[in-house]
Design a binder for this molecule. Structure first.
Ligand code: DGJ
Length: 734
């Protein structure tokens, strides 16, 4: 039984082979956090972890007792202003102006498996034996509030999924202003904080800073999880690297405004929190009404960052992603965006599709510009009917012809947006998010529809459904190209609900479409990677990683993204040179060697390729088809970081340890440099492997390393120069 309640000490112990999580019902009837980390033996009492020594000048709970202070006891779900002075997990404004809360333990339930979260994305179990859930019920007697804290422990993973629900049972309404999904007190703060930060076109760069006293946070107030701060953080020990050492990762399964923080006090204890950003959040709950928080995931690893990432990858692939492609290799696609932008017609597209088929591509994706009067980004969002000037025979005819070629057909939408220059804006200006009597800012010339209004979502759903049915779509790219500003809903009575209800509207539309068209592969996108988060992955099995398709920049972007997200979720395309974002020239080989480690596709005008390039692409596609199962579902190891040197290396290994692929990349050529070896991971030390015609034992490749040295200079070496790469296929010798 992985979740045990020790009656005598009033202690819950959640444990599996890898982790332990210990909670105690305190003498003050609230919950204390005793331990989270590597698994320890179960026993019936861990009370010594309360550490009740006297600390002068602390605020104390019991009369006459100077030792029992919430300032020092690690809290499981802290409330504000009752002696704990770090960030509270919950904040409720009551009718008399008070914000004091007293949630006391009431009872608990243990459930085999995991319950669904209402209207929210979350991890799931297909088999109830994969996880066990503990629900601790707390009650505030004065306010008649119920609070349920939920903890799911996955049986074979070092992961705990947390969320909570608050219900008002009183006839007085309350105003819920903060409800963190997770709050976790750690006994020390000797960590550095690792984050995935960036901006448009340079998403999810790995950054690290030492934890220091005070509040440190990442957040988004943009209405989407953002390019700038991914909803993820990790606390890592000083000696931790990719392959060894302790690290604790937190990921938030949500796509709207969020905050994730670490609050370090003067006693060097650290409180991690993750939840909806309270700045744009406020819900009045009437009698009988509940609010459910999104889910937060904590992963513990003693095997360094790779260990943590592999747990996230496994969790997301087995317990978050759904749909027909969950366990299927992703189709190799061609997307016309960088090939044509808005300038295309049926003939051009069909020529591209025909060439794509010839090269072995499986899915043709028509991007922006097929609808309304859209010839640039100033018009037509919201008018989801075909542009007859470009596609005189309609979408169904185009789709039919693409299907006849033997390709799947995919289409771009930006469902949440509206252009001023559109029929929809003319008919429904009140559907735009806009504060009355205030200026409204645009982003990429467009405005945001009020997805918190079910009528708007229904209208868009009807339009999309018509198109999907008419054009027999196999794939949808769902874009979102601006952050939300001056947000105000004409529909909502309470503006504090708006941002959360907006994202619930997005989730609802996705869910309806998935239910109606379960065969469709969704790829989410927000100007590239502005909404690459686990919330989206619950609906869309893959995400367009970045609008930056330059292979050199992609090394950092994909390396950083892999810290949390599996390769099967990362949209990776080979694009044209000079690259459209950076004007950089790299070889077709370098570009594909980077793109293999993802869903893989092409985004260029393939009609402009010469015969030699076409032949190279044919071979690349054959290679990808042969190895994509491994590349997209193998165990991924980061070997050498582009953030630390001129070289990058990574590898995937299959579960049976029979085949592995290493990608090695050198950005700039260095003159007369030394010899280089890269130690590999994840192979069987006792098995003999081959790389080309050479043989090596697994232990050689892991202890001595893979030799990646090449000539370092010289006139006779045509393969020298900047932007070099190599792919090593490692096979067990039969
Ligand atoms: C932003 C996306 O990231 C691009 O791939 C492309 O779909 C454009 N939008 C189209 O407007």
């Amino acid at each position: 039984m992985p979740i045990v309640f020790h009656q005598s000490s009033q202690t819950f112990h959640l444990f599996n082979q890898e982790i332990s999580y210990i909670i105690k019902i305190l003498p003050s009837h609230d919950l204390g956090q005793l331990y989270f980390g590597q698994r320890v033996h179960d026993k019936d009492n861990f009370d010594y972890l309360l550490e009740l020594a006297h600390r002068p000048m602390s605020v104390c709970y019991f009369d006459g007792d100077l030792t029992y202070s919430r300032e020092h006891i690690k809290q499981e779900y802290p409330v504000a202003f009752t002696g704990d002075f770090k960030q509270p997990a919950i904040d409720i404004l009551q009718q008399n102006g008070s914000r004091i809360l007293e949630f006391e333990y009431h009872h608990y339930e243990i459930i085999q498996g995991k319950e669904k979260l209402k209207d929210l994305p979350a991890t799931y179990t297909s088999n109830t034996h994969d996880a066990t859930t503990l629900k601790i019920h707390l009650h505030d007697q004065l306010l008649q509030l119920d609070l349920v804290l939920s903890y799911t422990l996955f049986e074979k993973l070092p992961v705990i999924a947390r969320s909570c629900t608050i219900t008002n049972r009183n006839h007085n309404s309350i105003q819920l202003n903060r409800l963190m999904s997770l709050s976790l007190d750690l006994p020390d703060s000797q960590y550095s904080l690792l984050e995935l930060t960036g901006a448009w076109a340079r998403e999810r760069h790995i950054t690290e800073r030492p934890l220091c006293q005070g509040l440190q946070a990442i957040a988004s107030l943009r209405g989407h999880s953002s390019h700038h701060f991914n909803p993820f953080l990790a606390l890592k020990r000083e000696n931790t690297d990719e392959n060894q050492g302790e690290v604790l990762g937190v990921s938030f399964v949500y796509s709207g405004n969020y905050i994730m923080s670490v609050d370090v006090d003067t006693y060097h204890t650290a409180r991690i929190q993750a939840g909806i950003h309270p700045e744009t959040f406020s819900y009045t709950l009437q009698c009988g009404e509940s609010f459910q928080s999104p889910e937060a995931l904590i992963v513990y690893s003693q095997q360094g960052l790779n260990g943590m990432s592999q747990s996230f990858h496994h969790l997301f692939c087995q317990h978050l992603i759904r749909g027909p492609y969950q366990h299927q290799p992703r189709p190799i696609l061609i997307n016309n965006w960088e090939g044509t932008y808005f300038d295309f017609n049926e003939e051009k597209l069909l020529n591209m599709a025909e060439k794509a088929r010839e090269l072995g591509i499986e899915l043709f994706v028509l991007d922006d510009g097929w609808f309304g009067k859209r010839n640039d980004d100033t018009s037509s969002l919201g008018d989801w009917y075909v542009n007859k000037e470009k596609l005189p025979h309609g979408l169904s005819s185009l789709s039919q012809k693409v299907h006849q070629l033997g390709l799947k057909f995919g289409l771009w939408f930006e469902s949440e947006m509206i252009s001023k220059n559109s029929r929809l804006y003319h008919d429904h200006p009140e559907w735009v998010l806009k504060t009355p009597h205030r200026h409204i800012s645009h982003g990429r010339n467009q405005y945001v529809l009020d997805f918190s209004n079910p009528e708007v979502v229904q209208y868009i759903e009807n339009m999309m459904s018509d198109i999907i049915a008419e054009s027999q779509l196999d794939y949808i790219k769902w874009d979102m190209n601006r952050s939300i500003s001056e947000a105000y809903s004409h529909y909502q009575k309470e503006q504090g609900r708006l941002y959360h209800e907006y994202i619930l509207g997005v989730y609802r539309l996705y869910e309806h479409l998935i239910q109606k068209y379960p065969h469709i592969l969704f790829e989410s996108c927000a100007s590239g990677g502005g909404r690459f988060d686990p919330g989206m992955l619950y609906y869309a099995s893959q995400t367009w990683t970045s609008d930056d398709s330059d292979a050199v920049e992609r090394l950092k972007i994909q390396y950083g993204t892999s810290v949390v997200y599996p390769l099967a979720t990362m949209g990776t395309h080979v694009s044209a040179v000079p690259n459209h974002q950076l004007k950089r020239n790299t070889s077709l080989q370098f570009r594909s060697d980077v793109a293999y480690f993802g869903t893989f596709g092409y985004e260029l005008d393939i009609l402009k390729l010469n015969k030699k390039e076409q032949q190279i692409i044919k071979e690349q596609i054959q290679f990808m088809k042969q190895y994509r199962q491994l590349l997209q579902s193998g165990k991924f190891y980061r070997l050498k970081s582009p953030f630390q040197s001129n070289e990058t290396a990574w590898m995937v290994v299959d579960d049976q340890q029979t085949t592995a692929i290493v990608g090695y990349y050198r950005v700039l050529q260095e003159v007369n440099m030394g010899y280089r070896r890269i130690p590999l991971y994840g192979l069987d030390p006792d098995r003999l492997y081959t790389i080309l015609d050479q043989e090596y034992y697994g232990d050689e490749l892991m202890q001595i390393g893979l030799i990646v040295s090449d000539e370092s200079c010289g006139e006779n070496h045509s393969d020298l120069g900047d932007f070099q790469s190599a792919i090593y296929v490692i096979k067990e010798k039969k």
